[in-house]
Design a protein around this ligand. Sequence first.
Ligand SMILES: [Zn+2]
Length: 493
Amino acid sequence: MRAALGLSGAASRRVVFVLIDGARADVLRDLLDRGDLPHLARWVIEPGGLTVGTSVFPSTTGVAYIPFLFGRYPGTTNVPGIRWLDRAGAAERTGWRAQWQAARSYCGVQAGLINHDIHAGPSIFELVQESVAVCTPVTRGLGAGAHRIPVQRAVFGAAAHFLGTYPALDRAVSRAWLAAADEPWRFLFVVFPGPDGITHLKDPRHPAVLASYRAIDDALGAFAARVTQRGELPVFFVASDHGASVMREHCDVAELLERWGVPTLRHPTHVWRRGARVATMVSGNASVQLYFEPRSGRPEPRTESEIPVDLLDRLLGLRAVRLAACRDDRDGIVVRQGADRARLSERAGVIRYEPLRGDPLRLRTTGALELDDREMLLRSRASDLPDAPRQLLQLFRAPRAGDLVLAAGLGADFRGPWEIPEHKAGHGSLIADHMEVPIAASVPLPATPLRTVDLMPAMLEQLGVPFPPTEPRRLDGVGFAALRSAVTEGAVR
Ligand SMILES: [Zn+2]
């Protein structure tokens, strides 16, 4: 069938995607410059390239995997965060079990629900039947036995979370990756949780974190040597799902609200909080979504005028908050920083940013700015919140997204320090330190800013697998071929 579609050349190609969870683009670059990642240099970057791309908001594990596997933003698949509230399920009249389930958290026993919660067309695992994955939290579409080391992932993963034994988990991934080298897969998805896990416990540049990058490079070298013996090398894609930064201030919004006299539904132990007036759902931990009157059973999200003004003003006054956003009463989104305020909206792929007071997204404009999606990406990359216009718009496409979202500034998050273990570093916000990620491939990269959501269509191109023309929900990402022709035509600079 593929030959009949004229895809026979690409149909023989195989693709390997290596996800280095939480790898910072600048840390990876420094290690490469020092010659510490020789296999990544030789097998991936020299034949192809490396660039700094942007992830999605919230920039957090699992949620930020959706672009790689579905070619869609988390918001357009209605998964707004690693924690979110099912407004109907949280209603007063539902039982304790329904209320627990309604306070969704993919950190812990509800982790597997993400596969069911993602509202999207086929995953790359479904489109490429001969897929194998190692250590992934998102498994939808994988055939029987195609998810490797699920037990080790569960056992080592839990141990690593509390004991910090991430190197053991990454070693298990390396072994499973090498063991898969001789198998007849066409798409191989390999996840290394170590860099992110160790970063949370220490900092993004700690020697133990750097050692985890080097160990992944060794695994890449061993895998490449094994497949080279058998013939043609696969096409490699290497990327991370978010960056990370050191946390100096844990501004626990739920505890603050309680102190302000506002009963707050929250994880892990207050999901049945009596008389809750607000629910706080933290992702990363540097972003949080707030749901007002969470027991009302009202399924519709609230818009700006329905959010208590006094609470919003107090939250905007917090030093930790870089940006707040909510749905506008009529259309689009309102973004705020302190007294600064602007409106974001979109029509036919053109994003409109309308500063009402100040310039909260720092797009260097005093008047309304209307730019095509990729032009807006380029423009925003020079700000401290790269791709914020698109990322806020995509998040609020999710009916499940909170009524209000807060993104933390550099050095702050919204949870702890009571958390076990304490997050000494983290991610989840819209700031460049969290949004910027390395993107490398062993095929040439287009000369235009990339998003992680572009990689799924780029991998399908390499595999010669078309996205089903019958699928009504188109991809959010753009493949390399289309990006390249847009650059040639001057549509994207
Ligand atoms: Zn992650």
